[in-house]
Design a protein around this ligand. Structure first.
Ligand SMILES: *[C@@H]1O[C@H](CO)[C@@H](O)[C@H](O)[C@H]1NC(C)=O
Length: 435
């Protein structure tokens, strides 16, 4: 009798099940998930241990926050989707009112321990979903958002015109390629396009390309997935803030050669230019790390400009010194200089000539007084010429030397500046920068 009752109850229960199979609890019952299932929570869900679990990953870049040149880190905002297969969680949707998916606490299911090798962010910045989505085909889907700070070796050789390439490598922490194989869910082009569409913050960078490569280490059969993020800096602010002022100061220094005689002013002007450049050098120090092995071009450029201006200050000092040397050895400087003599002579001659022309033409010898005066004049002029020829070149000798040095230096300086600027431009801006 009791056996009969049991059979009736069971069939009743079965018919009840039939009616209620639209609820999630029936599905969980069917999948043996209604209570904590130790095997499903702890062990890799494969029917044969030799079967490899393919973990497919898709990373979308939502923003580029910062690239820290000093710390050599790349901070971005990423969304990471992970998909893998669970052999034990499959059902026919038609049996359960077409339920094709449900969400489930991720702590109660096995999840692959994928991490990012370059990750250097603090753990508070990771927002993992507490749940995973389970699909009828056995696929499980997990998603996470993260402010990711990854280490990245930055190449600052052509600094404001630089491109950086940062790797984000996904791999399992403890399982090798026999247990977990990491694969990409989508191709390079698709991920690049999606990232470009959804990217909100970029800062001073723009995304150039995302490249995805699989890597399997030979020796340990370790599987990893590398996202290579290529970004290009927008250099305009640095150009306006730094390079143009530097260039302008160099031009000012070249132009200062045309400041005429005021030697003291010329010198102080040049020193002001030199000081302004050293202020810019201080700014540069805050921008870049001191990598001793290979100084960035911008640092070489600054040092070059500083050196050129410094050289021209020294030259201005030398010229000033040489000119002052003339004043230190004044030899009869009160005498009339060489050049003034002919003009004086002309001035004195002219009235005489005018007089002679103004007079009515008188044939016959000129008066004796007139002749005497002319002779006297000639004698005086000859005497002066002799005296000035002996004295005049002495006081002006150093000035002449200084002028020649100044001219030669200016030509040399100008040519050097032009070559320096041309070479800097040539090696600084990479040929594919504007493409
Ligand atoms: C980044 O990944 C690419 C592709 O795997 C590799 O060629 C390159 O050496 C990696 N760069 C660094 C800095 O690890």
């Amino acid at each position: 009798m009791s056996a009969w009752r049991a059979v009736v109850l069971l069939s009743l229960a079965a018919s009840c099940n039939q009616a209620n199979e639209c609820s999630y609890s029936d599905l969980l019952e069917h999948l043996k998930l209604s209570s904590y299932n130790e095997y499903l929570a702890n062990v890799r869900p494969v029917k044969d241990w030799r079967q490899v679990t393919d973990v497919k990953i898709n990373m979308v870049l939502y923003g580029i926050f910062q690239v820290d040149e000093k710390l050599q880190t790349f901070t971005s905002h990423v969304s990471i989707n992970t998909v893998w297969e669970n052999d034990f969680l499959r059902w026919k949707p038609s049996d359960f009112c077409n339920i094709t998916e449900f969400t489930f606490p991720s702590s109660k299911l096995w999840t692959p321990d994928i991490n990012i090798q370059e990750d250097a962010s603090d753990t508070g910045s990771i927002h993992k979903s507490e749940h995973v989505s389970v699909f009828a085909t056995g696929m499980i889907h997990k998603t996470a958002h993260q402010r990711l700070t990854s280490t990245c070796t930055l190449n600052l050789w052509n600094f404001p015109f630089d491109q950086q390439s940062c790797n984000i490598t996904f791999s399992s922490m403890i399982s090798d390629g026999r247990a977990i194989r990491v694969r990409a869910l989508a191709g390079d082009e698709l991920v690049t396009n999606i990232s470009e569409q959804f990217m909100v913050t970029r800062g001073e960078w723009s995304l150039k390309h995302l490249e995805i490569t699989h890597k399997t280490e030979e020796r340990f059969n370790w599987s990893s997935l590398v996202y290579q993020v290529r970004i290009v800096r927008k250099p305009m602010l640095y150009v306006i803030n730094f390079i143009i002022p530097l260039f302008y100061l160099l031009m000012l220094d070249v132009a200062s050669f045309f400041i005429g005689e005021a030697r003291g002013e010329k010198l102080s002007f040049k020193i002001t230019v030199l000081l302004s450049i050293s202020v810019l050098l201080l700014i540069l120090k805050d921008l870049l790390p001191s990598t001793e092995d290979r100084l960035p071009i911008i640092a070489n450029f600054c040092v070059g400009v500083f050196g050129l201006v410094g050289l021209s200050v020294l030259e201005a000092m030398l010229v000033s010194f040489l000119i002052d040397l003339d004043d230190k050895f004044p030899k009869k400087s009160t005498r009339v200089s060489n050049r003034e003599v002919p003009s004086e002579k002309q001035e004195k001659k002219d009235p005489v000539k005018e007089k002679a022309e103004g007079l009515p033409i008188q044939p016959g010898p000129p008066s004796q007084r007139e002749q005497l005066r002319l002779v006297l004049q000639e004698v005086l002029v000859a005497q002066r010429e002799v005296a000035s020829a002996a004295n005049a070149p002495r006081p002006k000798r150093f000035r002449r030397v200084a002028e020649i040095i100044d001219l030669i230096f200016f030509i040399f300086y100008f040519v050097t500046v032009v070559i320096f600027l041309a070479v800097s431009y040539h090696i600084w801006i990479p040929p594919d920068f504007y493409s």
